[in-house]
Every structure is written in C-alpha cells, then in structure tokens.
Design a protein around this ligand. Structure first.
Ligand code: ADP
Length: 594
C-alpha cells in the first residue's frame, strides 16, 4: 500500500511517497511558484506526478490548511468535502485554493484512487469554547465566524505523539506544551491528547513572534495606524504579515541564524529580537501550564525549535518553578536520533521533561491517510449538512384563513433548502392546557393537513403529550389551539414531535447505500462532545436536497451551533427564523429495515 502525500503551500509544492510502514520511497519539492509568472502550481504538480513513473499509488493525502471547525479528523474527499474546503478558502486564500487544485489534479491523474484531506485546523477543532471564544460582541463573532481555529495542528499532534512515545505514556494521560517554532510559530496546550489552547487564532497571525509575522499586537494599535491615514488595509497587512516579527524587530533578516550571528557581534536590535521571541514563547508556556493545571513535558519542534539550542535555553529560563530542569549539555548536543527523530534535553530527574522532536508533517499526513482509507469510521465518513428546525407549523388554506383573515396569503420571509419550501412572515401562538408559546413560524406552502411540530421540552410547557411522528402521520396525535391575529382554531389533532430525518436525493441515497424509510444512526460532530443520533428516518425523493433535520433540543444536546456556523439558542431561533443551517453532521451507514 503506497500513500502519496501532497503538501501545496502558497509558493511551493512538496510531495512524498510512503509505503505502509512509513518508509519514504520518493520525495520532491518545487519552490518559488507563482500564479502570474513562471511556473504554476499545476505545472509543478504535474511534473512531480510524472516523476513518480511506474510507482503504484493506492491513496493520496492532501494537507489542507483550513477546515474551520467543520473537520476534526482526516476525511475522505467527496464533493461535499471539496465544497467545504472551498467555503474556507476565503479564510485561507493563500492555501486552500492550492489544495483544491492539487485535489483536482490528483483526481484526474489517479482515477479511482481515494483522496483524503488532512487539516491543519482539525486537531484544534474540539478546543473548549472558553479557549476558542474572543471576548467581543457575541452576535458579531458568530456572524463573522470570529473564533480561534488554530493552525499547525498536524505538527503539534505529531510532536505530542512522539513525546508521548518517549515518555512511554499514552498521550491521553499527559499535559504537554508543544512549541512549533519555524518561520511560522505557534504554541499548543495538548491536554490529555486534545488541543486545549493554541496561540494562532482566527488567522495564523496571532500569538508568538514569527519570522515576519508580529504575533500578538494590541488591536488598538491597528485602529490607530488606520486612523493615521498613512496605512491602508493592504499596507497594514504587509506590515503585520511580511515585515514584522524577527525581521521587523531585527531589521536584518527573518532567519534566526542571521540574527543570532549579528546579536553575537553586539547588534542591539538583533538582541532585542531574540529577547522578545524568547519572552513571548516562555509566557505562553507558563500560561498553558496554568490553563491545563499542570505540565508533564515541553516539546520543541520546527526549524528554530529543532536547531537553536540557545533559543531553547532562553525560553526555558525562569521555568524552574514549574519543575523544568534543562540539561545544558544535552541541549547543546541535542542529537536527534532514532526512527522517531527526537532528543531529550532535560535532566533525568526533571519533573517536566523537555523533548526536541524533528517535525514530519508528511509522515503524519501519510499515517492519517492510511487510517482514513483502511479503517473507515464515522470520523472519516463524508459529511451531510444539518439544519435545526425550531418549532413550526404547516397549515391548510382553511386554518390559515381563520387565523389570518379571509383571503390572506402566506408571505415568504426566506426560502428553505428543500426546493419550494419557505419560512413565512406569519406567526401563530400555541395555546396548551398548561401554558402558551407565542410567535411560532408558519412554513409554506399551505398543505392539505394541519401539522404543528414542537420539541420535547415544549411538550411539557404546553402540557400536552405529543407523539414522535413522521411528518404527515398525524392520526391520533395531540390537540392544540392556534391563535392568530384574526381568530383562533382548535385543532383536534396535529401536534407532533417530528421524527429526526434526512432528506436525500436518490443519488445521495445511492452514495450512502440507504433507501427511503431506512432508519440509520448519525454521528454529529458538533461541539466538544460528539453525539450519535439513532432512529433517524431516511426520506428519499427526486426533489429533495441532502439535509438532516433535528429539533432545537437535539441540537442543544449535540452542542451544535455553538461552533462554526453559529448561534443556537432557543431565543435566537425564535427571532431569526425557523431553520438554520449549522455545522456539518456525519453519516454512519448503519441502516436497519424500517
Ligand atoms: P517553515 O515554517 O517555513 O517550515 P522552518 O521550520 O524550516 O520554517 O524554520 C525556519 C527557521 O528555522 C528559520 O528562522 C531558521 O533561521 C531557523 N533555523 C534553522 N536552522 C537553524 C539553526 N541551526 N540555528 C538557528 N535557527 C535555525
């Protein structure tokens, strides 16, 4: 089994061919690629694929920088995954489009070979909300998807794994700080195997000092620069991303080797650059130890982390109080050894171990690709979109007229994903024996039977027993009184809790290997805790678009909507509309006969 790994960066393409034992069979690299002049990414990739010659390729792993919080595992690529990567392109314009190009090229050149997306953001996608949330207006944050995504996840996870191997302890019982210090740099708190905090944020600009990126800057500074009139968005972008960091501080270079040489000759700004870099990294180590409530090891990786003994020594100064005891000699020698390419540089009795790991993102991508293709699981399965239905009703012409007046017609507020269906501006009040619920949406178009769909928690509030039913099956369901501006209607039946269901086009059903009326289980990877919904009914029709519908109780239980696409709370839904598209669910083909 040979795995081809393709890593398409903004100006370079790297590839490596591995066998299933992670031995490199071939590798190559093309740099200084550009979309307007010289060699393009596509030419380079095509050349490299030619280079592979007669080598067999059984699976292809692609590094994808941004998958937002939609992907938390390597994922088999289908059209849905391609669309999702494309959606995140706006947030990673220098990376995702090239990954898509590579995926497309691979699909064309290796027909029938599975492609797997391995995301830099995936390792961080289950970060606790308290760590991923910025303390700005919550509605604005949700509207603009302003949250911490984190990057370098492949490297952090790899380094944590190698360190755990050395410590002879599962990563699930360790608290680690991993420092990926390269041209880009980030720190990660790896708490019991998961990313609990990381220094890169909504973009790769936040956090540590980097080669040319500033890392943390008071946002007030940016407003002041813009207000000065001397900076535009473009020049500000260049300032922060291209001419800050080690380069901006030192005025010499973005390469630490040059800066270390100049600092040794007494160059003041070079010395300052080194001090700022080390101080910032040390600060993050301390903060992350506090956030995790303890620390077992610090792991260095990336060009600087692997090679600069003096930088490591500076960063670790003053951390004795945490239990860090560096072995100065071992640090200076730091011979990276063995199959896993690491070196231990702390004293044998140091309470916190310090380990240098040679990063190997390609190897990690190959490993994850192999897992994704050989042991398909819920996590690696193709995704389906989930919509959360707030309580709503479908009305007959007669009921609509009684509630809204003779001759009134439903007015469309917004279309729903299912063709022809829409949320209306009209709302009705539900009056039960115990309590009432006001402002419930009417969905259009009008139907031949009245049907009111509520969530389980509404049932108790109204004081009725609403059965769980497939849409349309209302015989023997609960009575409810509807109140509209023009009158009230007492329905003898029609109140149900809708059975969770998935709308599918026949092509989707084919792809998932299910048929109309099948009951399946769906794993929803929403918030920090995933959840499997059983008893989900499949509904197949030519006019359906792929979409799963759950109610607000179910979405709350799955912590859906607290992630990417946002904003699920009962009040949000009441005010905003009936149906929201929130995150992605994942499908488990575990069908049983209806
Ligand atoms: P990228 O993030 O582009 O992959 P790398 O991980 O290769 O970058 O890291 C590049 C950085 O590593 C540069 O700042 C370089 O100066 C630094 N580096 C590499 N070797 C050494 C060394 N021997 N001493 C100090 N710094 C080094």
């Amino acid at each position: 089994m040979n795995i081809l790994v393709i890593n398409c960066g903004s100006s370079s393409v790297k590839y490596a061919l591995f066998d299933e034992h992670e031995t490199v069979l071939m590798q190559g690299k093309r740099e200084r690629l550009s979309s307007d002049e010289g060699k393009s990414h596509r030419d380079a990739l095509s050349e490299m694929i030619d280079e592979l010659g007669a080598h067999q390729v059984d699976a292809i792993g692609h590094r994808v920088v941004h998958g937002g919080d939609e992907f938390r595992a390597p994922t088999l690529i289908n059209n849905g995954v391609i669309n999702a990567i494309d959606r995140w392109s706006a947030a990673a314009p220098m990376h995702n489009p090239y990954a898509l190009m590579a995926i497309n090229e691979a699909q064309v050149r290796f027909e029938g070979v599975p492609n797997v997306a391995v995301f830099d953001t995936a390792f961080h996608a289950r970060m606790p909300r308290r760590a991923s949330t910025y303390a700005i207006d919550h509605d604005i944050a949700q509207r603009y998807q302003i949250k911490r995504y984190g990057f370098h996840g492949i490297s952090h996870e790899y380094a944590a794994g190698v360190a755990a191997g050395f410590l002879n302890c599962p990563v699930e019982s360790l608290r680690l700080v991993t420092l990926h210090l390269g041209n880009g740099a980030s720190a990660c708190a790896v708490e019991y195997g998961r990313s609990a905090e990381t220094s890169m944020g909504n973009t790769p600009l936040e956090g540590l000092v980097m080669g040319t990126r500033s890392g943390d800057v008071d946002a007030g500074v940016l407003m002041n620069l813009l207000q000065s009139g001397e900076y535009s968005l473009k020049t500000l972008n260049t300032l922060l991303n291209k001419s800050s960091g080690l380069l901006g501080l030192s005025g010499i270079s973005n390469d630490l080797r040059d800066i270390e040489a100049a600092a040794a000759d007494g160059h003041d700004r070079a010395q300052l650059a080194i001090n700022v870099f080390a101080h910032r990294a040390r600060k993050y180590v301390g903060a992350y130890a506090a956030a995790m409530g303890g620390l077992d090891a610090i792991v260095f990786t990336g060009g600087i982390g692997e090679n600069s003994a003096s930088m490591r020594e500076r960063i670790l100064q003053r951390l004795e109080f945490l239990g860090v005891q560096l072995d100065i000699d071992r640090n200076r020698r730091s011979e990276i050894r063995g199959d896993n390419q690491y070196a231990v540089i702390s004293e044998p009795h140091s309470r916190v171990d310090v380990i240098v790991v040679k990063t190997n993102e390609e190897r990690m991508i190959a490993r994850k690709t192999l897992i994704a293709v050989s042991t398909p699981s819920i996590e690696t399965a193709p995704t389906i979109p989930i919509a959360v239905s707030a309580r709503h009703c479908h009305l007959t012409e007669e009921t609509f007229a009684a509630l809204f007046g003779e001759g009134a017609q439903p007015t469309m507020d917004k279309p729903l994903l299912q063709p022809g269906q829409y949320a209306c501006k009209e709302r009705v009040n539900l009056i039960g024996p115990r309590d009432r619920i006001d402002g419930v949406r009417v969905l259009g178009p009008l139907r031949s039977v009245d049907q009111v769909e509520i969530a389980r928690t509404d049932e108790f509030r109204l004081g009725v027993d609403a059965p769980i039913r497939d849409s349309g099956k209302i015989d023997g369901s609960a009575p409810i009184t509807l109140e509209g501006p023009a009158g009230t209607v007492k329905l003898k039946q029609g109140l149900i809790c809708a059975l969770r269901h998935i709308h599918m086009h026949p092509d989707d059903a084919n792809q998932f290997g299910v048929a109309d009326k099948d009951e399946v289980a769906v794993s929803v990877l929403g918030g920090e805790r995933s959840l499997i919904f059983g008893d989900v009914r499949v509904r197949v029709k030519d006019s359906y678009m792929l979409e799963m519908h759950i109610d607000t109780d179910e979405a709350n239980a799955a912590e859906l909507g607290r992630g990417a696409s946002g904003g699920l709370s009962v009040t949000d839904i009441d005010e905003d509309g009936c149906v929201k598209r929130l995150g992605e669910g994942q499908f488990k083909t575990q069908n049983k006969p209806a």
